[in-house]
Design a protein around this ligand. Structure first.
Ligand SMILES: Nc1nc2c(ncn2[C@@H]2O[C@H](COP(=O)(O)OP(=O)(O)O)[C@@H](O)[C@H]2O)c(=O)[nH]1
Ligand SMILES: [Mg+2]
Length: 217
């Protein structure tokens, strides 16, 4: 940091998880969102991989999403608390062409709800992605009303029909998640990153950030 430069108090780093069954399209979705590309073959990595996405949220807040791809840990319940630790939001992805993949959504959601919490004890916001709509439209699978009811029952903040291939719904889904994360964050007292997931970018490197009673940054 240049001499005299202040840490940007409006900058936040949020850890976001992308979970769901193997083959649902998680890696493709992340690559589409972060790099704007679609790769037909995504080499399955072992362990966890993450990507960073910088956002100027509503023109006033610099947000960096640290997006964790749970490659190789796709059996729900296998993910340890370390993966979940400090996450402040999650996308749960299923493959519209595979019924099994949708059935696993409930298990993933329960796993998240049991393993990670915001610092005030609330569950982290989650958004549901019905991926590969280029192969099969959602309407052939469930009605919008059924999806709404399902999301309400499982406390998803919303659902989106997506295609990483055709670039449908991906940005909208992430935007919804970020909106929810920011809303939750601005409603609670500040905490350190280990305790709950938010990191003020520049913390520890520059001058101490000013005290704030609440709010994201
Ligand atoms: N048609 C179509 N194929 C997709 C889409 N997203 C992913 N795929 C394909 O589905 C397979 C699994 O994708 P991948 O991202 O590796 O799934 P992951 O195991 O959940 O990370 C790959 O062959 C992708 O090319 C999509 O939106 N539409
Ligand atoms: Mg993958």
């Amino acid at each position: 940091m240049p001499v005299g430069a202040e840490a940007d108090e409006t900058a936040c780093l949020y850890k976001v998880l992308v979970v769901g069954e193997a083959g649902a399209g998680k890696t493709c979705i992340i690559r589409r969102y972060v790099h704007g590309i679609f790769q037909i073959s995504t080499k399955s990595t072992i362990g966890v991989d993450f990507a960073l996405k910088m956002l100027a949220w509503q023109g006033e807040r610099q947000i960096t999403l640290q997006i964790w791809d749970i490659a190789g840990q796709e059996h729900y319940g296998q993910m340890t608390r370390v993966y979940y630790q400090s996450a402040v939001g999650a996308l749960v992805v299923f493959d519209l062409t595979k019924a099994d993949s949708f059935e696993a959504v409930t298990k993933w959601k329960h796993d998240i709800d049991n393993k990670v919490f915001l610092s005030d004890g609330r569950p982290i916001p989650c958004v549901l992605l019905a991926n590969k709509c280029d192969l099969q439209p959602l309407s052939q699978f469930k009605s919008k009303e059924e999806m709404d009811a399902y999301c309400q029952e499982l406390s998803f903040a919303g659902w989106f029909e997506t295609s990483a291939l055709k670039e449908i719904g991906i940005k909208e889904a992430f935007d919804k998640l970020v909106e929810q994360i920011v809303r939750h964050d601005t409603q609670e007292a500040p905490r350190d990153a280990q305790a709950g997931g938010r990191v003020r970018i520049g913390e520890g490197k520059g001058p101490p950030a000013k005290e704030k009673k609440s709010g994201c940054c």
